[in-house]
Design a protein around this ligand. Structure first.
Ligand code: UDX
Length: 439
């Protein structure tokens, strides 16, 4: 929304949220989340044409266009638990809109939802016989965390799903007209509502599938002495495959991939397409396998026991340049190491508060240390779980000196210079490559 405000100074953008603390943070110009460039964009438009409020009802009444961006977490109860989306917040929002709208509104569905929810939204909005009419559009968000501002300012495409009726087309044109202020026309794609909703799930499933594919190959590389980075480079040079999303890792995390795939699986099952459901579920299963494999490798490499050993975790965010830790592989790996009775110390430049909250139930078994040089003090191993640039440039000689010996490095992101670490005396265990070991 801040990007729309900054690109369209003549449009009044009001962000409404029921959480007063969050709104207060935005109002102060200090976003409550870490995202490179976000603070600057917010500050460029705040109090000019960008406003924040907790008055949801009033904002609905004033608006011509309403973007619905409420969270739709995976359901934890009842039918579809563990797979389907929990739509309670989304439905409550639809009802708030219905209760407060006095004039025509275009309602834009931004949250990622299972297909056919725009239709359900339209049904709720027309459930009361009133003079007010609504047009519901689907406009899924494709931004990635850490590069959100760039992705919004220069998107590969903007997708708008609308009804085929004359009114639906008019509503689509209104929204397309806003994006056209800064996005080239040929990147604004207009589809039917279901295609638009399904495309979001499908895009995330395909991206995650590439990671699970390369991660599956990484295990084969380790068994056969091939190098996964060389394999990824060779296959990525085929223009039909492309280079992106072929970086082998400890596994993918984030709020979207797993959730969206499970949604897709649930949809397939709903329509009786078990073979298709099984196919996509395997992408998630390989991701779990990769995380478990990484944790197990730490234990088996360190002479089959980590009891009482200090292990430093470099990075807890699910990827670099964000403080977000949702579904982060680091969470799983830390838990497994604690289960094996290791003393885990977590360091991260942006995600320590979230890490503390996520691992609160583990008590004293995990400690948190902002300074990586102190985290490695007396450690038997360090493991890279997030590809922060910071970790590339550190003084690994000094780190080796501070650690117990033999010193182990487990690089879950293939981020570091493994040959150089080996020369310093480390035993190095990358992903999908032959380990470099003095043992
Ligand atoms: C993703 C989609 O990219 C975005 O289009 C969608 O709108 C939301 O979901 P995001 O979750 O922010 O975005 O991050 P992304 O960059 O896609 O990374 C997801 C996970 O995959 C991270 O844990 C990342 O480290 C991992 N990853 C990514 C790999 O392990 N290897 C890769 O080659 C790329």
């Amino acid at each position: 929304m801040a990007v729309i405000a900054s690109k369209c100074p003549d449009i009044r953008v009001v962000v409404a949220d029921i959480d007063p603390d969050r709104i207060a943070a935005w109002q102060s110009g200090e976003p409550p989340i870490y995202e490179p460039g976000l603070r600057e964009v917010v500050r460029s438009a705040i109090h000019r044409n960008l406003f924040f409020t907790t008055d949801v009802a009033g904002s609905v009444e004033d608006a011509d266009l309403i973007f619905v961006s409420v969270n739709t977490p995976t359901k934890t109860f009842g039918e579809g638990a563990g797979k389907a989306s929990d739509l309670q917040y989304w439905e409550a929002t639809a009802r708030t809109i219905l209760a407060n709208a006095k004039t025509h509104k275009i309602v834009v569905e931004k949250s990622t939802l299972p297909v056919r929810t725009a239709e359900a939204m339209a049904r709720i909005l027309t459930s009361k016989s009133s003079a007010v009419c609504f047009d519901v559009l689907s406009n899924p968000e494709f931004l990635a965390e850490g590069s959100a501002i760039r992705d919004l300012e220069c998107p590969d495409r903007v997708l708008i799903g609308g009804e085929a009726s004359e009114r639906g087309r008019r509503a689509t044109e209104v929204l397309a007209g806003i994006y056209a202020r800064w996005v080239p026309e040929d990147r604004i794609l207009k589809t039917n509502v279901w295609s638009s909703e399904l495309s979001k799930l499908a895009a995330n499933a395909m991206l995650a599938q590439r990671i699970s594919s390369i991660n599956a190959l990484s295990e084969l590389c380790e068994a056969t002495e091939a190098d996964v980075a060389e394999v990824a480079c060779a296959i990525g040079m085929d223009r039909r495959i492309g280079r992106e999303f072929l970086q082998a890792s400890v596994g993918f995390g984030g709020s979207c991939f797993k959730k969206d795939i499970l949604n897709l699986v649930y949809l397939c099952e709903h329509f009786g397409l078990q073979a298709i459901a099984d196919y996509w579920l395997q992408v998630v299963r390989i991701n779990e396998h990769q995380q478990e494999r990484f944790a197990r490798n730490i234990v088996s490499t360190m002479f089959n026991t980590v009891v009482g050993k200090r292990i430093a975790i470099f990075g807890f965010a699910f990827k670099a340049n964000t403080g977000d830790t949702r579904e982060s592989p680091a969470n799983y790996v830390c838990r497994r190491l604690v289960e094996e009775r290791a003393r885990v110390v977590v360091t991260d430049p942006q995600a320590l508060d979230n890490a503390r909250r996520d691992l609160a139930d583990l008590g004293d078994a995990v400690t948190f240390e902002p300074d990586p040089m102190r985290a490695v003090e007396g450690a038997h191993a360090f493991a890279v779980l997030t590809e922060w640039d910071l970790y590339r440039g550190m003084d690994y000689q000094a780190i080796h000196d501070r650690m117990e010996h033999p010193a182990f490095c487990f690089d879950g992101r293939n981020l570091l210079n493994h040959a150089a670490l080996f020369d310093l005396g480390f035993n190095v265990y990358p992903i999908g490559k032959v380990p470099l070991t003095h043992l």
